[in-house]
Design a binder for this molecule. Structure first.
Ligand code: SF4
Length: 310
């Protein structure tokens, strides 16, 4: 157990969920995948072992307290810095939230465990599920997602189809297009066939707008993304930039604090998160925003990414 673990982050502006209060109850980079594009870096614990990693009561208490201190978010989002369905009591988190709040609960999952009936049941109390599909074939799946050996491509896709059949609320499918790997005509066609089988309410296309785990992962330009979106059909969108949401006062003031810190000394994401008591994911968002605005730059020292303010 990690006594210092912070379970909530935000509300942060989300490209698709408005103001989202993020909930994180799995240890950092504990995941079933090790995606080459992961913005949180390489997976340190690749596992399929579902556990109550942190006490469910402590997570719920922190969410309830946080909701008293912040203005009402649009969603409470179970996501965080690993795969949330690895938390064995995720259903208790969802039902617990619903006892003290009527804010819709979204689950952001990589979808790798949805072929397991128990996992689909565990998240069935959510109001929205956003799983991912990033590859059209086994070969690309192994390359892009680098899954745990117990996860088979076919089973994973079947799990996504079963979710769509069983779950009464909306399913939005996120498809991450990896530049130089899955942005080819052939791969996009294969992904589309699977998406047609899954038939989600919405399809949301993403690409490497944030620093990926592997430097060779390419960003797909806006024009190509729009082209792919048109090919996928009218319920597909490129996830909009959240620049406008970031102009919210609460976001700007924390962003200034991050910038001030980085003008004082170069810091890693962990340093920022410890120094300003921010969740790592929140620190990642501020840093990305400041990089985009060219107010800070990144350099590598001793294998660590350090950010400095100009
Ligand atoms: S992107 Fe998500 S699914 Fe992929 S390694 Fe990172 S946390 Fe896991």
């Amino acid at each position: 157990m990690d006594a210092e673990k912070i379970y909530t982050f935000g509300p942060v502006p989300s490209r698709r969920l408005g103001r989202s209060l993020g909930i994180d109850f799995v240890p950092f980079k504990t995941c079933t995948y090790d995606c080459i594009y992961c913005q949180l870096g390489k997976t340190t614990t690749k596992t399929m072992d579902r556990q109550e990693y942190f006490p469910v009561g402590a997570v719920l208490r922190e969410i309830e307290e946080k909701l008293k201190r912040v203005s009402r978010p649009d969603y409470i989002t179970l996501s965080g810095s690993g795969e949330p369905t690895l938390y064995s009591r995720i259903s208790d988190i969802i039902s617990g939230i619903k006892e003290f709040s009527d804010i819709p609960v979204a689950v952001l999952t990589n979808g790798s465990l949805l072929w397991i009936d128990e996992v689909r049941d565990a998240i069935s109390g959510a109001d929205l599920i956003i799983p991912s599909l990033d590859a059209g074939s086994e070969e690309t799946f192994l390359h892009v997602n680098r899954p745990h050996s117990g996860i088979l491509f076919k089973e994973m896709v079947d799990g996504l189809c079963s979710l769509r059949e069983d779950f009464m609320e909306p399913v939005w499918l996120e498809v991450f297009i990896t530049g130089g790997v899955t942005d080819t005509e052939d791969e996009i066609s294969k992904i589309k066939s699977l998406v047609d089988r899954i038939a989600p309410e919405r399809i949301q296309l993403n690409t490497a707008v944030r620093t990926p785990a592997e430097e060779y992962v390419g960003l797909v330009d806006r024009e190509r993304m729009e082209e792919i979106s048109t090919f996928f059909g009218s319920n597909c969108e490129v996830i909009a930039d959240y620049g406008k949401v970031h102009s919210l006062g609460e976001f700007s003031s924390t962003e200034e604090n991050v910038l001030e810190l980085l003008r004082l000394r170069p810091c890693s994401i962990d340093d920022i998160s410890a120094g300003l008591e921010l969740h790592r994911n929140e620190a990642v968002k501020y840093v990305q925003e400041l990089v985009d605005k060219k107010l800070i730059s990144m350099e590598r020292r001793h294998g660590k990414r350090l950010y400095s303010g100009h």
